[in-house]
Design a protein around this ligand. Structure first.
Ligand SMILES: O=C(O)CNC(=O)[C@H](CS)NC(=O)CCC(=O)C(=O)O
Length: 337
């Protein structure tokens, strides 16, 4: 569909990156898009030569055993770092999937608890960004509400908390005789959308699982500058087989963003099976990476030059008819760059 991508510009920038890389003995990808040049992130990326940022997306089968889950996730993160990924995504419930809400509540920790300290050390040791979707988080209101938050944590390669988004759409769903979920019975809804975060792979917009069904949040993030949307998930089998890929590709096409979706797969415990099908869709809607059965990783290069081309060729953002249906997402309490 598209011809070869231009590679004639930005030699100076490339030379500087190589030099920096040689001096610091670090792989080039660590300088994928940062530090931000005075040109701004878009121009800096357009001018860059060499490897495109590589992201890794993890698929796991979490159980109620937190220790075992951590070992499995840590092994995936280390493998991804060895392959040169600068950003690694793990799914909702990467920490654990409880058998029932009582167990789910009893295993929850705060962001400064032991588990996050271990993930922070892991991010630092591996020198990668970590998107940890769906951490079961106890906050200050725990004693009074006895409910937790479903928190998407983003750690930078120094192990610092770069952002925390708390799931705003809670999954209260009943498919008669097949699936019952009442997330609001043990979870408080988040109260805000988090502005996209600048990462070496691009501007990253955070959502979680069931949020995927609400195009409004993806449009709000897109308006606020997102280039990658991510939906760490634990979809059920009946809903996943009908809706998962369609929804993810639709969000990618509508927003002209990369969509990254790490997923739980397989039997989490006696009473629960997750759909899996971890995937990455590009801004054209093509599935460019996908996990097969069982735990594992898939990888995708993020090509922001391609993203800009798609946005230039089909400029849906400037074709919107706010006069007819309002500015969906634009009124969100987010700063627009
Ligand atoms: O509770 C945990 O421990 C982890 N969280 C989940 O599994 C959440 C809430 S119950 N699951 C979903 O949102 C599934 C959405 C879904 O399947 C759909 O939208 O079709």
């Amino acid at each position: 569909m598209y011809g070869p991508r231009g590679q004639s510009e930005g030699v100076l920038l490339a030379v500087r990156r190589c030099w920096l890389s040689a001096v610091l003995r670090l792989p080039l990808h660590r300088f994928c898009a940062g530090p931000r040049s005075p040109l701004g992130s878009h121009q800096a990326m357009a001018a860059s030569l060499g490897p495109k940022p590589l992201v890794a997306v993890g698929q796991v089968t979490s159980t109620p055993d937190k220790e075992q889950n951590f070992s499995g996730c840590a092994a995936l993160v280390r493998a991804a770092a060895r392959r040169g990924a600068c950003l690694v995504f793990l799914p909702e419930g990467f920490d654990y999937i409880g058998r029932d809400s009582a167990q789910t509540l009893s295993l929850a920790e705060s962001l400064d608890g032991d588990l996050m300290v271990r993930y922070s050390t892991l991010a630092r040791d591996c020198g990668v960004w970590l998107s940890l979707g769906g951490f079961h988080e106890r906050r200050a209101d725990w004693p009074s509400t006895q409910r937790i938050y479903n928190c998407h944590v983003l750690l930078d390669p120094t192990g610092r908390l770069a952002a925390a988004y708390r799931k705003t759409h809670l999954c209260d769903v009943e498919l008669e005789g097949r699936v019952t979920m009442k997330e609001s019975s043990f979870t408080n809804p988040g109260t805000e959308i988090v502005p996209p975060i600048s990462t070496p792979a691009g501007m990253l917009g955070l959502s979680i699982c069931y949020d995927l069904r609400f195009p409004e949040i993806s449009l709000a993030l897109r308006h606020a500058g997102a280039e990658i949307l991510t939906y760490p998930s634990a979809f059920t089998f009946p809903t996943g087989s009908a809706h998962w890929e369609v929804l993810l590709r639709a969000r990618a096409i509508e927003t002209q963003c990369y969509v990254v979706a790490a997923a739980q797969t397989g039997r989490n415990h006696e009473g629960r099976v997750s759909y899996g099908h971890t995937l990455v869709a590009d801004p054209w809607g093509a599935v460019v990476a996908q996990c097969s059965e069982g735990p594992g990783l898939c990888y995708a290069e993020i090509d922001l030059e391609y993203l800009r081309r798609v946005r230039r060729e089909i400029p849906v953002q400037s074709h919107r008819r706010a006069d007819l249906y309002g500015t969906v997402g634009l009124q969100a309490a987010l700063s627009v760059p």
